[in-house]
Design a protein around this ligand. Structure first.
Ligand SMILES: Nc1ncnc2c1ncn2[C@@H]1O[C@H](COP(=O)(O)OP(=O)(O)OP(=O)(O)O)[C@@H](O)[C@H]1O
Length: 571
């Protein structure tokens, strides 16, 4: 997207702030014109006094003080309104960012470094501040203030002097800052990308520190960081060179606008006072010009950041809310009918014409070797993704017709690597149902065989469990995640290798407690442990995205097919 399109995009998403931004623009225009007036009045009065006119000193001081105070008040108003708009707009954009990102998950967040997304949601959005606080007001005033001041000079003072300085002022104030726009824009894009790459690299480093140290990769990772840093430095020095050249051109033009009227003014017979007033106008326009140069550079960085935010905000959600929503029926039978699913860019489908049914109120198992498509199948039920073709139904209703909130409340998916949020154990357990009582939390912890552990915690449910659950063991984390799912009282529970870090006895104990906890629950358990599946359990076997066997575990064991082979591998 180019800068004009990005401007349109930013204005479109923040149009409710435009009236306040207009106030900021008007305050800036008036303030800068008063800045010109301040210098012109001072020079003109001094000139007349020097020419022998009787000028009241206190009268002049009063006029200048009044102009200065009004100018200061307008500057305050401009900054207040501009920054209010900027920070409120940033808050609005951040909300929009998350609002649009959530429905794109997991597709938009999978495989993307969390730190890189965090960089977009925080620092990139902060950089857009420049657009609101330092863009529209300077851009408008850069045209209106010189045009007004030079017109006044031409009409009220000397049209010849106005014509002499006008081209230099226009070049210095308006044209020069825009000249190098294209190259700073490209450099700003490279700087923003460089920052994102460093954030992603560091995010991976912190998260994978154990593996990096264990495999002796610290030097290589540091070298990678150095390379990313060198790229960023290159991009930054590129933008610095352009900025320096532009500032030099601006300064030469501004100096020219002072020297030329001095030399040419006397040769065309202009009076000394008129020449002095002309110089006062030129010098007074100097400061606004510098402001423009600063904002053009900051603005390019702001646009580059806006583009990175926009690419997330305008991302197409993987799943959409239904246009004519249906309620989920009480019957929780899950049926996949001829379902094919292919990840973007993947050569072959992860699921290929899969038809299978998981009966309500039963505990079904889904087994298969690694990469056979089990997690993909599980993620289709609460609509992490939608299939390319075919239908997923619960109780006969297409899941695409059910409001996402309701679907995800009724279907809980517990993954192999769950995440905890920073907070207490109770905060995390209440994630799916904030009004759950302490008693319900304790009951869920008992069901996952963590009651003994809970009783031994000095702070009980109020124990902080640390960011991402780093203060509990892998097996405890999996069981807390299962307890969290139970607290939300789903009809259907999908366990995606959710007990994989437990020893066989504890896993059996948790399963027995879970079966006793709620016999109405429909459970779909993905497991590698074919040997732990009881004979009467319904089993579906996946291989290379296809259903290759289905039946009770007892029948499949006797048949000596895919399931029996999997069991032999585990044994
Ligand atoms: N986000 C993704 N993008 C592209 N391909 C993917 C993605 N996730 C999974 N796949 C591919 O889809 C296929 C099925 O993966 P899936 O995770 O469903 O298998 P699985 O049976 O659950 O494996 P495991 O037992 O190892 O967890 C694999 O070939 C995998 O490489």
């Amino acid at each position: 997207m180019n800068r004009l399109d990005l401007t349109r995009w930013l204005v479109h998403h923040t149009r409710q702030f435009l009236p306040t931004l207009t106030l900021a623009v008007l305050a800036r225009l008036a303030g800068q014109l008063l800045g010109v007036a301040l210098l012109v009045v001072a020079v003109e009065r001094l000139g007349r006094a020097a020419a022998g006119e009787d000028i009241s000193v206190w009268g002049s001081v009063g006029v200048l003080a009044a102009i200065a105070i009004l100018k200061a008040a307008l500057r305050y108003a401009e900054h207040y309104a501009g920054h209010w708009v900027a920070f409120t707009a940033l808050q609005h954009l951040r909300n929009l960012f998350f609002h649009r990102l959530v429905p794109q998950a997991p597709a938009a967040t999978r495989g993307r470094a969390g730190a890189e997304l965090t960089e977009r949601a925080t620092r990139d959005i902060d950089r857009i501040e420049v657009f609101f606080a330092h863009t529209l007001p300077p851009a408008i005033s850069s045209v209106v203030v010189p045009a007004t001041a030079l017109s006044w000079l031409g009409v009220a003072v000397d049209s010849r002097l106005a014509l002499i300085v006008a081209p230099l002022v226009v070049l210095g104030v308006v044209v020069a800052p825009w000249l190098a726009g294209r190259s700073t824009w490209r450099a700003a894009g490279r700087v923003a990308k460089g920052r994102g790459d460093i954030a992603a690299h560091l995010g991976d480093d912190f998260q994978g520190l154990r593996e990096i140290l264990a495999f002796g990769q610290a030097e290589q990772r540091l070298a990678g960081l150095d390379a990313a840093d060198a790229e960023l430095t290159k991009a930054r020095s590129g933008s610095g060179r352009v900025q320096g050249a532009r500032a030099a051109v601006g300064t030469v033009l501004q100096l020219g606008a002072i020297i030329v009227p001095l030399i040419v003014g006397s040769s065309i017979g202009a009076t000394a006072i008129d020449i002095a007033v002309t110089l006062a106008v030129v010098v007074a326009l100097w400061k606004p010009a510098q402001g423009i140069d600063d904002f053009v550079t900051g603005l390019d960085a702001s646009f580059a950041a806006a583009e990175r935010v926009r690419s997330i905000v305008d991302g197409v959600p993987t799943v959409q809310e239904p246009t004519a929503p249906c309620a989920l029926p009480a019957d929780a039978t899950v049926t996949l009918d001829d379902v094919t699913m292919r990840y973007p860019g993947a050569e072959r489908p992860a699921l290929d014409a899969v038809s299978v049914s998981f009966p309500a109120r039963r505990w079904s198992r889904l087994v298969g070797i690694s990469g056979s498509g089990k997690s993909t199948l599980a993620s289709l039920i609460p609509r992490g993704f939608d299939p390319a073709s075919g239908t997923v139904r619960i109780g006969g209703v297409d899941v695409r017709e059910v409001p996402l909130d309701e679907l995800r409340r009724r279907v809980a998916l517990v993954s192999q690597r769950p995440t905890m949020l920073k907070g207490t154990l109770a905060d995390n357990l209440r994630l799916g149902r904030p009004d759950a009582t302490d008693l319900e939390l304790v009951e869920a912890m008992r069901t996952v065989a963590l009651d003994g552990w809970l009783a031994g915690l000095p702070q009980g449910l109020d124990t902080p469990i640390g960011e991402r659950g780093t203060t509990v063991s892998g097996g405890q984390l999996q069981r807390v995640a299962l307890a969290r799912a139970l607290v939300s009282r789903p009809d259907t529970l999908i366990l995606d290798e959710a007990l994989s870090q437990l020893d066989a006895d504890t896993a059996r104990d948790v399963c027995a407690r879970l079966a006793a906890f709620d016999d109405e629950l429909t459970v779909i358990e993905i497991t590698h442990r074919a040997d732990l599946v009881p004979d009467d359990a319904f089993v579906t076997v996946l291989d290379e995205g296809r259903v290759v066997e289905a039946g009770t575990a007892g029948e499949l064991r006797a048949g000596r097919g895919a399931f029996a082979r999997l069991e032999a591998r585990v044994a």
